[in-house]
Design a protein around this ligand. Structure first.
Ligand code: ADP
Length: 464
């Protein structure tokens, strides 16, 4: 389908034939591929450190926007906006990370008369404030972690009363927090005041707002998230659940879809609440509702208003190309399917392959001297690197995503083991050996480990 000639919805000015991709690495290539399949031209912006990236060659245009440091290139709003203006791009896709959840950037793009490929700036702003997000979710009937949907007051006696009412342990969190920072677990009343003081100061410095809130600390939850897709015309669907419990320092390492051992009725009900919430807040595009899941209950923690690293596991099970849908919605199209049309089948895993020491996690930048990719049935590799590529020390160490799909979880596990055995990268250290071990771990194979499992597994392993 060539969307540039497709009819857009009356009154929607969202017509564009070229997309500026304000990102780098595997996701920049992923977005470029979706654009090309839709007949959209692509403009890639890049830093001097990425000048030799292969994916620049397959773009219609590429523009260097600054030096390696992200502050001077990939998160330099004015440089990106200027590049869009000079190249005549009609829309900007922010990918993930960088400016993808920056409401000010989304607004600036729209103010220039361009299309921001993501939700309206207002939705990004609301969801970026975790207290406002929690309030919006409670209003939409989405279950949240017990605790008030208001900022903590200054009065210490009042704070103590709130924590007492929730019941220890509690977690003090920064309203503007992100990336696993600005949180502190408090086990008893004696340590509450200090925890609030330190977290408030950290929040003021790191996130520019000292606002905090407090909620129940769940001890053994799984991280389960729901992918949504919404067209801004009142049509919103859930595209299934993912389990991303295998984390280290709040960073996801392996993801899977669907999330297993969750009763269908509960999954369906919370998915419907999420789709409802999208309608209520006028959401547009793809988004993810993140939950903690414990003892048969879902507890909302935050919404990511962008495409996520782990989106391919949902694509593999649902057959829906989420980036294509994002582009179509941005072009003003209505969703072509409703909830009843979405059926997920089989099972999918994703391993994040990083250029790092597999056990100390220290980054391992440098030249990739050789690389052999896995292939065969049910195997997908999303990567921008190949032999001869130099991994830059300036960015995230993610160099590839290995995704498999099988008829069921046991087959997908077996397929991932096989694919991991075919995958080799020389010249830099990678976490491939860690992934190979994870896929032999009996607790992971059995399914449903909690968010602490990987860290616990590590400390047991290092004592051996
Ligand atoms: P961020 O935006 O920094 O990623 P989140 O609110 O998504 O912060 O929380 C990140 C992680 O912190 C969660 O995946 C979970 O591991 C832990 N966490 C957050 N809130 C709670 C809670 N109420 N109870 C237990 N763990 C929590």
């Amino acid at each position: 389908m060539d969307v540039t000639s497709a009819k857009t919805v009356a009154g929607n000015p969202a017509v564009f034939d070229s997309v500026l991709i304000a990102n780098r690495g595997e996701i920049a290539l992923r977005i470029q591929r979706a654009c090309r399949e839709l007949g959209l031209k692509t403009v890639m912006v890049h830093s001097t450190a990425d000048s030799n990236a292969d994916y620049l060659k397959s773009a219609d245009l590429s523009v260097c926007i600054g030096p390696a440091s992200p502050g001077q290139s990939y998160i330099n709003k004015s440089a990106i906006l200027l590049a869009a203006k000079l190249t005549g791009a009609g829309a900007i896709h922010p990918g993930y990370g960088f400016l993808s959840e920056n409401a000010g950037f989304a607004q600036a793009v729209e103010d220039m008369g361009l299309v921001f490929i993501g939700p309206p700036a207002e939705a990004i702003r609301t969801m970026g404030d975790k207290i406002a997000a929690k309030r919006a979710m409670l209003a939409a009937g989405v279950p949240c972690v017990p605790g008030p949907d208001t900022a903590l007051p200054d009065d210490t006696a009042e704070i103590a009363r709130i924590a007492e009412e929730i019941g220890y342990p509690v977690i003090v969190k920064a309203a503007g927090g992100g990336g696993g920072r600005g949180m502190r677990v408090v086990h008893d009343a004696a340590s509450l005041a200090d925890a609030v003081l330190v977290t408030r100061e950290e929040a003021r410095r790191a996130f520019g707002t000292p606002e905090l809130y407090v909620e129940k600390f769940l001890q053994h939850p799984r991280h389960v998230e729901i992918q949504v897709l919404s067209d801004g015309f009142g049509n919103a669907v859930s595209v299934g659940l993912r389990d991303c419990s295998l984390q280290r320092r709040h960073q996801k390492v392996v993801e899977e879809a669907p999330a297993i051992a969750i009763p269908d009725a509960i999954a369906r009900s919370v998915s419907e609440r999420c789709a409802d919430a999208c309608r209520q807040i006028g959401y547009r595009g793809v988004g993810t509702f993140e939950f903690l899941y414990e003892n048969g209950e879902f507890y909302f923690i935050e919404m990511n208003t962008r495409l996520q690293v782990e989106h391919p596991v949902t694509e593999m099970t649902s057959g829906i190309d989420l980036v294509r849908q994002q582009l179509l919605v941005a072009l003003g199209h209505r969703l072509e399917f409703d909830q009843a049309d979405i059926t997920c089948s089989g099972h999918s895993f994703e391993c994040r392959i990083n250029a790092e020491d597999p056990y100390t996690f220290l980054p391992s930048p440098g030249l990739i001297t050789a690389m052999a990719l896995p292939g065969g049935p049910g195997v997908r590799v999303d990567t921008h690197v190949s032999a001869g590529y130099r991994v830059s020390p300036h960015y995230d160490s993610l160099i590839a995503k290995l995704i498999v799909h099988g008829a069921d979880r046991p087959q997908a596990l077996q397929r991932m083991r096989r694919a991991l055995s075919e995958f080799s990268i020389a010249g830099v250290s990678t976490n491939l050996p860690l992934h190979r071990e994870i896929f032999e771990d009996p607790a992971f194979i059995a399914g449903g480990p909690d968010i602490h499992h990987l860290e616990t597994w590590f400390s047991a392993r290092s004592k051996q």
